[in-house]
Design a protein around this ligand. Structure first.
Ligand SMILES: *Cc1c(COP(=O)(O)O)cnc(C)c1O
Length: 478
């Protein structure tokens, strides 16, 4: 399988970016032309193949799907990696992603039982093993530099802790994460994990990461890498649970299902798009946003308009407080018939210059729903609280604020003939204050997390200064 950039001019491979193999793009972020990597074509899965996969344990299903996209890791090694990643010990159940029926045709796919209690573990844990495998094979060391307001950073640290060839430098805004999130990250004592609490806000952390990455000489000398959601390996790992959810909700592989996905950077739901393109019988992909509704606006109107920092809201589903959906370019590439030159014009020229583009007059925009199954909706703070309450009263189930948005929008698109699978993206315990606001009581905390706020913390406090961060990295690399 070869990979191309969403901005490569046709015919593929002859443009500015040559075709690459999986392990080449594994450790890269954006393609050199600023585009995102996608496979040259989507492998097709037949109904017979689906039937054969139906009974597989999650790790073996992951191996089958990943091996369609990865041909530069020997099969036995890839199988070992999948089996080392998706264990009952780590994900809390033999199904790994267990499906719960809520009644009335609605289901909840449990993706938040990994070590950091959010769905990002599903992909990040695999990434940790893949990075270690490839870095050991190359005899290289990678320094991952990131910025987090909570979920991504903790998932990355728990995936990379103790892994050979990898160090993690994770910046976060000092004093702004919840005490639980701070405890999760800062209590890690692994020598290869470094927490940098920056005196500033999340944007200051992101600016530092950008400044370091833009210093190409430093980046090369200290092998700076990232693990953000545009990484193709993360996306393909997420494809697996769409299949696993489908198999649990159906009895034969001709039935259709829909998925509702709380979306921010469009990574999670883009994996659903890939699963659908492979032939998984998906009727609708329901994109649920919060008040930061860049994506809902696009699917309703055809206009994609990135937000400035003043109209990017801080909400009670904070893991989706985005101004631009970084994975969206992948879908637009498919929607426009894989026209890299057009994508380059939209994302490389129009967006930076005008902050928006408009596909409403393009007949292919209509296909977003008809041909690709996409519909959307949004949820506000009051609606979020209402859904949390209603879900608790109706089903005795506590859901986190992000999952609540998924449930709310899923209901609006419910078709009684088609099972609707809502992706659970985090456990309520991570967002306790909103649960208290909605229900007047705190979410239960599993025994393993009792008292973690009291554990010794390993964190370095720094001012929002690029040079200090660079200096710290240099010292650790000695
Ligand atoms: C990251 C995250 C999201 C957004 O997922 P995308 O892949 O960026 O669309 C939603 N909910 C939670 C809890 C998250 O951590």
């Amino acid at each position: 399988m070869n990979y191309l950039s969403t901005r490569a001019s046709r015919p593929s491979g002859t443009g500015s970016v040559p075709l690459k193999r999986f392990c080449e793009i594994l450790l890269e972020g954006l393609a050199p032309d600023g585009g995102l990597y996608l496979p040259e074509s989507y492998p097709q899965v037949s109904a017979q193949q689906l039937e054969a996969w139906r009974q597989l344990p999650y790790a073996d299903l992951a191996f089958e799907i990943l091996s369609l996209y990865i041909d530069d890791i020997p099969a036995p090694d890839l199988r070992d990696i999948c089996r080392a990643t998706y264990t009952e010990a780590l994900f809390g159940s033999p199904q790994i992603a267990p499906l719960k029926s809520l009644g009335a045709g609605m289901y909840l796919l449990g993706l938040s039982n990994g070590p950091t209690l959010a769905f990002k573990d599903m992909a990040m844990q695999l990434l940790g093993h893949l990075f270690e495998y490839e870095l050991v094979r190359r005899g290289e060391q990678l320094n991952i530099l990131g910025a987090t307001s909570g979920d991504t950073g903790s998932a990355a640290e728990y995936a990379m802790r103790g892994k050979q060839g990898v160090r993690v430098f994770m910046t976060s805004p000092h004093g702004r994460m919840s005490p639980f999130q701070q405890a999760q990250m800062f209590s890690l004592q692994d020598a290869n994990i470094h927490n940098l609490a920056i005196e500033g806000v999340f944007d200051d952390c992101q600016d530092i990461v950008k400044a370091v990455s833009n210093d190409l000489e430093f980046k090369r000398a200290y092998k700076i890498g990232t693990v953000n959601s545009i990484n193709w390996a993360r996306l393909v790992a997420q494809v697996v649970y769409y299949f696993a959810g489908y198999f649990q909700a159906t009895r034969t592989s001709t039935e259709r299902v829909s998925f509702a996905v709380p979306s921010g950077n469009f990574g999670n739901v883009c994996a659903g798009h890939v699963a659908r393109m492979m032939g998984l019988p998906i009727e609708r992909l329901v994109v649920a946003t919060n008040e930061n509704d860049v994506l809902d606006e696009f699917f309703r109107t055809g206009v994609y308009r990135v937000r400035g920092s003043t109209d990017t809201f801080e909400t009670s589903s904070p893991s989706r407080d985005i101004s631009t959906a970084s994975n969206f370019e992948r879908f637009v590439f498919d929607l426009l018939g894989r026209d890299g030159a057009r994508v380059q014009q939209l994302f490389g020229v129009d967006l930076p210059q005008k902050g928006c583009f408009d596909l409403s007059a393009d007949p292919r925009f209509q296909e977003a729903q008809r041909r690709y199954g996409f519909v959307s909706g949004k949820s506000t703070h009051a609606q979020r609280l209402h859904t949390i309450r209603q879900t608790y009263e109706q089903w005795g189930l506590m859901v986190d604020p992000h999952t609540a948005d998924g449930l709310k929008v899923a209901r609006e698109h419910l078709d009684p003939q088609v099972p609707m699978i809502v992706l659970e993206t985090a456990l309520p315990m991570k967002f306790a204050s909103t649960i208290v606001e909605a229900l007047g009581c705190s979410p239960d905390r599993p025994a393993a997390f009792e008292g973690i706020e009291a554990l010794p913390k390993r964190v370095r406090l720094m001012s929002a200064d690029v040079e200090q961060v660079k200096q710290f990295i240099v010292e650790q690399c000695k």
